[in-house]
Design a protein. Structure first.
Length: 56
């Protein structure tokens, strides 16, 4: 299930193991391949989405 991430970019969403960031005409997706508890990924994925958005 996609969760919107506000304040990161034009659009940004997160799942348990992925984030999606849209800025201007570009979409970036980052997918993790892990078998851990998805809650462990939430903060690091949101931070990564912010970093990617700032560099687009």
């Amino acid at each position: 299930m996609l969760r919107p991430l506000s304040g990161i970019s034009d659009e940004a969403y997160a799942e348990d193991y992925a984030v999606f960031v849209q800025k201007h005409d570009f979409w970036v997706s980052i997918d993790l391949t892990r078998s851990n508890d998805p809650a462990e990924n939430r903060g690091p994925l949101e931070n990564l989405a912010r970093t990617v958005a700032s560099r687009l």
